[in-house]
Design a protein around this ligand. Sequence first.
Ligand code: ADP
Ligand code: GLC
Length: 486
Amino acid sequence: MNVLFVSAEVAPFAKTGGLGDVAGALPRYLGKNGHDVRVVVPMYQRVRTKDRQFEPVLGETVIDLGGTRVPFSVYSSKLPGTEVPVYFIHCPGLYDRPNIYTSDSDEHLRFCVLQHAALRLCQALQFAPDIVHANDWQTALLPLMLRTVYAWDRLFSRTRTVLTIHNIGHQGTFGAHVLPETGLAGAAGSFHQDHLREGRINFLLTGILYANVITTVSPTYAREIQTPEHGVGLDAFLRGRRDVLFGILNGIDEDEWSPERDQKIAVRYSVDTLEGKEENKRVLLRAGGLPYVDDVPLIGIVSRLVWQKGFDLCVDVLPGMLRHSRVQLVVLGTGEPKYEQFFGELARRFPKQVAYKRGFSEPLAHQIEAGADMFLMPSRYEPCGLNQLYSLRYGTVPIVHRTGGLADTVQLFNARTGTGNGVVFDHFNGEGLTFALKYALNLFGSGRGPDRARFQTVQRNAMSASHAWEERVGYYEALYRRIAPG
Ligand code: ADP
Ligand code: GLC
């Protein structure tokens, strides 16, 4: 099939979180299975590094969005190690900024241009997509665009649309005054009319209403977003489309994330050579300026430091735990200043126990996955979560809140039956997290003798399940086939 995959992030070119990982991996596996898949993403400032080469594909082209004339051109490259083309929409006026996402007044325009440019590119290349696969609010107007302004073009007559919701917490809600700049003013009647009267438009909702199928990134999250508690105002619309709403777990790109092959870690290891993991722990601690003590467990965190990720619980619980327990913590992340300050302060107060690196570092993220004994994700909500999958793969026992994709992938270890691959807590509050941390510390025990054997059982359980994309890509293919015209 011909698949056009449009996303605001694509690893390794532009990534802030899991969307980048998914957009860098799923197309690669679709490509491996013989589909002609092409990825479209903005040419952000950070994409154009000196070591990358880009081919010009489309010269300057102008789109007129309600009188706003935007010139763009298109360059291409490949997903590393593949023949899958990635098309970069070059429009310096919109994308030449330090960050992928902004709160600038033209944020809507940045992603409207991405979507129109993606379809204009198909026209220029005469690429007839069977599937246009949109991701999150930044590309959620594509289904309506295809049904309206591009409907005249026979190139798209067989095109069907998939919208994947990676995070319903971000919907792209703008004042109704942006309508002309969506290029969809002529289709104003297709937007949610109450919203329009109230003076706003919601990009994600528009995608939910017009996509042929909607997916999200875990079965539990697919159920959760149909409830008022987790639907962030869109639950009723999702219930209305439940027949075409599916939860498909994300996978791991094992070329990037596997302890046997990871080039970013000190020592490669497998389920049979867990001593190698211990060596990674030493290296990680040394790099973080922390002492290595073999019976002290090390907990890792790699995250965007935002409300979604549940760090409010850490603020309540971690200082007490660090005071009373022999435990160490290595944290990598950036985000809201209050959480950055909290972890910075924690590192100052507990200099032998806590190391905090403020920033975004792909190598350090791998080193933490490899070197930590356990990995903490107390997310308030989590559509899928990739870090717990990486943790399972690296034998780094995940400690998670039972929500979304975390609930689908982590099971509480039961010492009696020897089953389970991590630690899970049910109640999103200080007691819940305290329970989980105590459980985890107990599981680690002295780190020696029978305690070590028990902990290794959890690690082996974690490492034995496969979350590779190879096993997930078939679900997307089945869905594509289901909606493609016969
Ligand atoms: P989300 O997409 O909500 O941020 P996921 O768990 O799906 O959560 O994906 C997060 C991805 O971003 C992982 O690949 C993780 O390693 C990466 N990541 C997050 N913060 C950082 C950081 N500070 N440095 C390096 N990688 C990070
Ligand atoms: C979002 C979610 C995360 C998910 C990722 C990729 O950023 O917060 O849970 O894993 O998208 O689908």
